[in-house]
Design a protein. Structure first.
Length: 241
């Protein structure tokens, strides 16, 4: 089994080295016969030294000039050689236990892919409640959070990858498509819960509760219009780091 780990990155100089170190440590802790991997960082038109730091850390770097999360993920997949794809956000840390769960999921032969529950440190009460609600929704509907999506390469290609008409929440659309693809072949899509993905809570400190609530309500009330317009998605695209 050959696993391609794809990390989209826009101006992630502060966090990319920690992310890549966590990936390397997790791979080293899970080395088994027949398991190989590659690490691809997609420089999504960064203006800092994200790409240089990624190369220094041993990752292969590809460039995507149009600043869009789904487009960056698709660009990484286009350069991947693995039969399985693991998409990981650059502000997240892959721990050995979670990678072990992912490899067991793959080796079982019963799944088309998976997502993971999330853990964020230092959340205020309202953000913790929001995360708990999302966790329940994610598990119930088997929708992956964008911070971690794993799937078979052939399934990813058959469904067309991440929808580039969407500027956010394209991981939910992909989760739905992968479930349908898997259902026709007797395969499941699941959310792993034993080792939640460690991901950054930086948006909580960079944006006020009012800004985040406004963004959530715009998505809920006008999903089609909001998710297809980058200007409506400041929490994702205004560049705060």
């Amino acid at each position: 089994m050959h696993l391609s780990i794809i990390i989209p990155a826009f101006n992630e100089a502060r966090l990319i080295e920690r992310c890549l170190q966590s990936v390397s440590v997790s791979i080293a802790a899970n080395q088994t016969s027949g398991f190989t991997s590659e690490i691809i960082v997609v420089d999504n038109n960064s203006t800092d030294n994200t790409a240089e730091l990624a190369r220094q850390s041993g990752a292969r770097v590809v460039f995507e000039p149009i600043n869009q999360i789904g487009r960056a993920r698709n660009a990484g997949a286009a350069h991947a050689t693995g039969d399985w794809l693991l998409f990981l956000d650059a502000d997240s840390l892959l721990i050995p236990g979670l990678l072990a769960d992912i490899l067991r999921m793959i080796e079982s032969g019963k799944y088309v892919g998976c997502g993971s529950t999330l853990h964020m440190d230092g959340l205020p009460w309202w953000a913790d409640v929001t995360l708990r609600i999302w966790t329940g929704v994610s598990i119930l509907f088997r929708w992956a959070a964008g911070a971690l999506v794993v799937c078979r390469r052939d399934a990813f290609q058959d469904v067309g990858g991440f929808d580039q008409n969407l500027y956010a929440l394209d991981e939910i659309a992909l989760s739905k498509q992968l479930k349908q693809w898997g259902r026709k072949r007797g395969l499941r899509f699941t959310i792993l819960t034993r080792h939640p993905l460690e991901t950054s809570s930086r948006k909580i400190s960079l944006y006020s509760g009012r800004e985040i609530a406004g963004q959530i309500f715009r998505v809920l009330l006008l999903p089609r219009k909001t998710l297809r317009d980058k200007k409506q998605l400041s929490v994702w695209y205004d560049g705060r780091r």
